[in-house]
Design a protein around this ligand. Structure first.
Ligand code: SD4
Length: 320
């Protein structure tokens, strides 16, 4: 029998889970719960991987990616490389509800957000600045340092972007610094919504957008089948649309745990050492998760809240 409503999200971001649940309890629809839950992480800067002041890019700037999807209508709103605006999932929802479009990116997305009344704020913190400076000193050609850093003592040598990128490939996502919030909410009536919010990958090339704001990659929702959300190395994961794959598996009758494993296994076939995990749930409120086993990452924690748990509980799944 169905255990609904359900809130499930990646990583042990408990306040996000509770916020989503209380949004449902106070009459919010599934979409509201996803938005408020993810926004809670944006405020708290969950693990510094969500919201402002985390994952500075190659020039030190923090930009945000987010999406939200309504599994009843199959509407999606998303933003990528959002600057200056802290509430990325709020902007994603505004894209969905106040434009005909699905996905806005970069500076223009920020101008849209400002026009919609979202406050423009500096996303840099002392901490993100120090993460940036440390990386700059350890990894960059000195001349490049000079071009992006006001400190003149860091000068000399040409910037070789290709060399740097090769060297750093697949090292953007620190498996010990937790990641993106991805959330699936299913209300009592079985309506599914899903969303994500993240500050992406550390030291990314400016303009890089990850999997999180891409429908079917970062998250997917269909009230006829279920919802899913992914976290991990987006540069790899987005090539496989793992959230879409998991939902399609559930549509075909596969149980959620197996659906998640199938999505992870598909990626693993090509990238055995990719870092990533996925959660999913079907319309009866049955849920599951899976992750790719790596040294130092053998279990993936996620949060669940339903009538049975009677509170936000952390569950873990063994990686495959
Ligand atoms: C990204 N998937 O931008 C995001 C970051 C993340 O686990 O989830 N890291 O690639």
């Amino acid at each position: 029998f169905a255990v609904l409503p359900l809130v499930i999200n990646t990583w042990p971001f408990q306040d996000a889970t509770s916020t989503a649940w209380s949004t449902l309890c106070s009459g919010g629809v599934a979409l509201d719960a996803v938005e408020k839950g993810c926004a809670q992480c944006e405020k708290e800067r969950c693990d510094e991987s969500v919201g402002f002041g985390g994952s500075p890019d190659e020039t030190g700037e923090t930009t945000l990616d987010a999406m939200i999807m309504n599994g009843d209508t199959m509407e999606v709103g998303a933003v990528g490389g959002l600057r200056r605006i802290k509430n990325a999932i709020g902007v994603a929802r505004a894209v969905m509800e106040r434009t005909k479009h699905t996905f806005l990116v970069g500076e223009s997305a920020s101008v849209f957000a400002e026009n919609m009344g979202f406050p423009a704020e500096d996303l840099t913190t002392n901490q993100s600045l120090s993460v940036f400076k440390k990386w700059l000193m350890e990894n960059c050609q000195p001349n490049y340092r000079q071009s992006v850093s006001p400190d003149p003592s860091m000068s000399c040598g040409p910037y070789k972007p290709c060399a740097m990128i090769q060297q750093r490939r697949h090292q953007f996502i620190d498996i010990h610094a937790h990641d993106t919030i991805g959330m699936v909410v299913i209300n009592q009536a079985g309506q599914v919504a899903a969303g994500t919010s993240t500050n992406g990958a550390r030291h990314k090339v400016p303009g890089r957008v990850g999997d999180s704001p891409i429908a079917g990659a970062g998250a997917y929702a269909d009230s006829a089948a279920g919802g899913a959300a992914a976290t991990g190395d987006g540069d790899i994961m987005m090539r496989f649309l793992p959230s879409y794959l998991a939902v399609e598996q559930m549509r075909a009758g596969v149980d959620p745990s197996t659906a998640c494993r199938i999505a992870i296994t598909r990626i693993k076939k090509y990238y055995p050492s990719f870092f990533g995990a996925i959660i999913c749930a079907n319309t009866t409120g049955s849920y599951g998760a899976a992750c790719n086993k790596l040294p130092g990452f053998s279990q993936f924690p996620f949060m669940v809240f339903n009538q049975k748990t009677n509170g936000p509980i952390k569950e873990t799944v063994d990686c495959v």
